[in-house]
Design a protein around this ligand. Structure first.
Ligand code: HEC
Length: 149
């Protein structure tokens, strides 16, 4: 009986453990884990415009949120997951996980890219990168400032 009580007390803490504490955390937790893991929701680093675009995209996917929550969530995300916190990614040395989270790739896409990198050696230009298997040219363009070779 004793153990059960502790489990119940700890459960709500464990659910939000991924997010940084702060105003807006509750709203973000509530709105951003209905369709995918909360880790995915915070896998980007961007400014308020970027986060507003992401939120608009999620609304397009069918996110049901209170109108008043949207601005709170955008502010929370821009404060705790800002654009300048993202270190550059070296596409010649990055691991599968790093590639997947930075470019929103599926496992099959990162595998295709890694196999290609293995075969052709060091990539040198954005043009090379954009036509590599598994890579989406639009996403590369959007992340250009964060990419190094
Ligand atoms: C109604 C379902 C739904 C909800 C709720 C939702 N998402 Fe998503 N999200 C998706 C889908 C579907 C994808 C996959 C898109 C893809 O693979 O292109 C996704 C992918 C993402 C990605 C990966 C990058 C990208 O742009 O595709 C991020 C970041 C993200 N969501 C953030 C959020 C945030 C932040 C919230 C809360 C404000 C949220 N999501 C709530 C459906 C949702």
């Amino acid at each position: 009986m004793m153990n059960m009580r502790y489990l119940i007390l700890l459960a709500p803490l464990a659910l939000s453990a991924q997010l940084v504490e702060g105003p807006g955390m509750t709203e973000t937790d509530k709105n951003c884990k209905a369709c995918h893991e909360i880790e995915r929701s915070i896998s980007l680093r961007q400014d308020i415009n970027g986060w507003n675009n992401t939120i608009a995209k999620m609304v397009g996917f069918g996110m049901k949120s209170k109108e008043s929550d949207l601005a709170i969530v955008a502010e929370y995300l821009a404060k705790h997951y800002p654009a300048d916190a993202m270190p550059p990614i070296n596409v010649n040395t990055a691991s599968a996980i790093e590639l997947e989270s930075r470019f929103s790739l599926k496992r099959s896409q990162s595998s295709a890219f890694l196999a290609h990198r293995e075969k052709v050696g060091k990539l040198k230009t954005f043009a090379d990168l954009k036509k590599s298997p598994g890579m989406d040219p639009e996403r590369i363009e959007a992340k250009k400032a964060q990419i190094v070779f």
